[in-house]
Write a protein that binds this ligand. Structure first.
Ligand SMILES: [Zn+2]
Ligand SMILES: [Zn+2]
Length: 369
């Protein structure tokens, strides 16, 4: 599978065999020689592609000693066909070019030979320098790949703070829920009775409203409008890029520009209409109130019915029969409870009753005995 990565080119989003690793755009910007140090004669910075053997002592290149040059030292690879990462001879351990069929050292067939280990990718924000690499760093990298895959970057110990806060909140919520159900019994004295019968009245009136002009009601009048922010669009606004060095396993590495699109929020304006419409809406309550001695009756409803401007209509009736009580042991603690009329009537003023109180406060009205 010969490719031509020597030619800088960009990779389109969605290319199946070249995942973008979370970036929006990946572009190869060049191919350069890795460096290696000869462990026999200590010659340094030999070239990964050019020097398959040490020019000083003749030793074969140690693929495990390959490291990335600094940007200043990087030497571009020109017109060198890339056939894949080197293969390591299973018999003698010598690294051979990917297209070799037999080991140059011992002649063993390389059909089933495994490729050499690759250095981990190195990434830096565009414009920033890469970490200085070396033969020693290469060893650390390969050791880390063997033990866990991830180079040993010290991690700060995870704080248990949130665990404690979460636990405290959980206990607090549980206590609150529990205390809502926990009750205790007290004595109360019935002070008085009251009832209220209420009729809700709506009026048909001009009302000031507003809406986006394309949704304003057909019967709106006195319309004015102005431009207002209706929503926000996320608009592409340049990109942030990382520079990444990728070991190709044959003594060279490619440099990639991996970019993510930045977005900015841009307001989208719409026409907002302000207008009047004639609508039904709450106007007032008409109430009748009394105590145990007054016969509960609905209030007299006097309204101007119809559909004229200013006309009114009923919009529901409700009634309440309330007992007003005081705690026997705490004269300043008063409670009101609503009951059905018959229950309300059956309890005389001055009676002392038992009622359950919630731990968090408030009487459980249905427990009055
Ligand atoms: Zn040497
Ligand atoms: Zn061999």
């Amino acid at each position: 599978m010969a490719t031509e990565p020597q030619q800088p080119g960009s990779t389109d989003k969605g290319s199946a065999n070249d995942p973008l690793k979370g970036y929006d755009r990946v572009e190869e910007t060049g191919v350069y020689q890795m460096l290696w140090d000869c462990k026999y004669c200590n010659t340094k910075k030999l070239l990964g592609v050019t020097h398959k053997f040490c020019p000083n002592c003749g030793a074969a290149q140690d693929t495990n000693a390959r490291y990335f040059p600094t940007d200043e030292e990087a030497i571009a690879v020109e017109d060198h066909e890339y056939t894949g990462a080197d293969k390591r001879c299973g018999n003698c351990g010598t690294a051979n070019a990917a297209k070799a069929e037999f080991c140059t050292q011992c002649g063993s067939p390389l059909k089933d030979a495994k490729t050499v280990a690759l250095r981990s990718e190195q990434s830096a924000a565009e414009g920033a320098a890469f970490l200085t690499d070396s033969k020693a760093a290469a060893k650390t990298d390969f050791d880390a790949q063997k033990t866990g895959g991830v180079p040993a970057v010290p991690k700060p110990p995870a704080s248990k703070k949130w665990w404690y806060i979460g636990g405290a909140i959980g206990v607090g919520v549980a206590a609150l829920i529990a205390s809502f159900f926990v009750t205790y019994s007290i004595d109360v004295r019935i002070d008085s009775h009251s009832w209220e019968k209420k009729v809700k009245i709506e009026a048909f009136k001009p009302r000031a409203e507003s809406a986006w002009c394309d949704t304003k009601p057909f019967d709106a009048y006195g319309v004015t409008s102005r431009r207002e922010v209706r929503s926000h669009d996320q608009v592409a606004d340049g990109e942030t890029c990382d520079s990444v060095r990728v070991d190709r396993g044959n003594g060279s590495f490619s440099k990639e520009r991996r970019c993510k699109t930045k977005y900015k929020s841009v307001p989208v304006y719409g026409e907002k209409c302000y207008y009047m419409v004639n609508r039904w809406g709450f106007a007032r309550d008409i109430k009748a109130v009394g105590g145990l001695k007054e016969q509960p009756v609905w209030p007299v409803v006097q309204i101007r019915a119809g559909t004229c401007l200013g006309c009114e209509r009923e919009a529901g009736r409700s009634e309440a029969f309330t007992l007003h009580m005081t705690e026997v042991k705490k004269a300043n603690k008063k409670h009101d409870c609503d009951y059905k009329e018959a229950e309300w009537r059956a309890v005389p003023d001055g009676a002392v009753k038992k009622i359950k109180m919630r731990l968090v406060g408030g009487a459980k009205c249905d427990t009055l005995r």
